[in-house]
Design a protein around this ligand. Structure first.
Ligand code: FE2
Length: 204
């Protein structure tokens, strides 16, 4: 069973005006699709063939198979990124236990948002900003290119893609406008909360 390209969890125009339908069609239908296809071609007939995508990411990080890791991690990162977003009409600030955790670990939701935006803007070249959990504490990290918190011991809660293909059609070189639009209007805090609960961190 090859790794599958899952459909977006919303319509192509659902994230406008921050992320246009044209960008989403290209980003999901060309970039994400290419990572999945190249991964399947690279692992066909190998010991990784048939494994879950997360297991392929972890195996290839250890074995040093760069071509497999880059495509597997990008396939995983993008699937996670789509689920980190939701349409603006359903957006809102974090609630309940996760809101309390953000207050405890960052001082306030506003302080978190500022730090997350700064991390996203600070990625040199292509990469990702992440809200992660490790050892019961929330923190922000960034990764370069295809790198992913999965292989560094952190549990991702939210992802933000800051490769140019994520925003150039809509914002050209203004990564700050894209980042502010996503952080202020499109993050799916219910998804982040589910990831935190799945990790058991709320009950630690
Ligand atoms: Fe991307």
């Amino acid at each position: 069973m090859p790794v599958m390209l899952e459909p977006l969890p919303y319509d192509y125009d659902a994230l406008e005006p921050v992320i246009s339908a044209a960008t989403l069609k290209l980003h999901h239908g060309a970039h994400h699709r290419a990572y999945v296809h190249k991964l399947n071609a690279a692992i066909r007939g190998t010991e990784l063939d048939g494994l879950e995508l997360e297991a392929i990411v972890r195996h290839s990080a250890v074995s040093g198979a760069a071509a497999v890791f880059n495509n597997a991690a990008q396939a995983w990162n993008h699937a996670f990124f789509w689920r980190s977003l939701r349409p603006k009409a359903r957006s809102g600030a974090p609630r309940g236990a996760l809101a309390a955790r953000l207050d405890a670990d960052f001082g306030s939701y506003g302080a978190f948002a500022d730090a997350f935006k700064a991390a996203a803007l600070g990625v040199f070249g292509s990469g990702w900003a992440w809200l992660v959990e490790q050892g019961g504490a929330l923190s922000i990290m960034s990764t370069a290119n295809a790198d992913t918190p999965l292989v560094h011991g952190q549990r991702p809660l939210l992802a933000l893609d800051v490769w140019e293909h994520a925003y150039y059609l809509d914002h050209q070189s203004r990564r700050d406008a894209y980042v502010a639009g996503v952080v202020d209007h499109l993050l799916d805090w219910d998804f982040a909360q589910r990831n935190l609960v799945a990790e058991g961190a709320l009950h630690a």
